[in-house]
Design a protein around this ligand. Sequence first.
Ligand code: RB5
Length: 148
Amino acid sequence: MIAIGSDHGGFALKQAVMQHLSALGLEYKDYGTYTEESCDYPIYAEAVARAVTSGAAEKGILICGTGIGVSIAANKVQGIRAALCGDCYSAEYTRRHNDANVLALGARVTGAGLAEKIVDTFLQTGFEGGRHARRVALISDLEARERT
Ligand code: RB5
């Protein structure tokens, strides 16, 4: 299952991405927002991030105007590696090298057609492991030290 969420700035692109996921036969859950009324992106970033860290979702997709606010907020949740991607190369390599578990998109930056390709790349690409596993483990160590 894929957890998806947005603020008002990402609402329209989220509808397009959800339609795309449906067309691919992929299961998802929409964690809001559910209207275009102005709202606060950290709320939806946290909901999607917790869906991922709890195991309810395998991956998350977050969308706001720039993609920056939701990625900053999601990365505050322990265990989240959220990557803001505006191109397919970044989407591929953040999966291969960073084992990113949340994709952030900027609706005011990236058009729906490209966003869908980025989503496909992110969801289809696996983590390489090896030396990258050591580096991802160092990120977790850093996170743990910050919390003590
Ligand atoms: C909302 O206007 C906008 O600030 C938000 O969607 C996002 O871009 C924040 O990073």
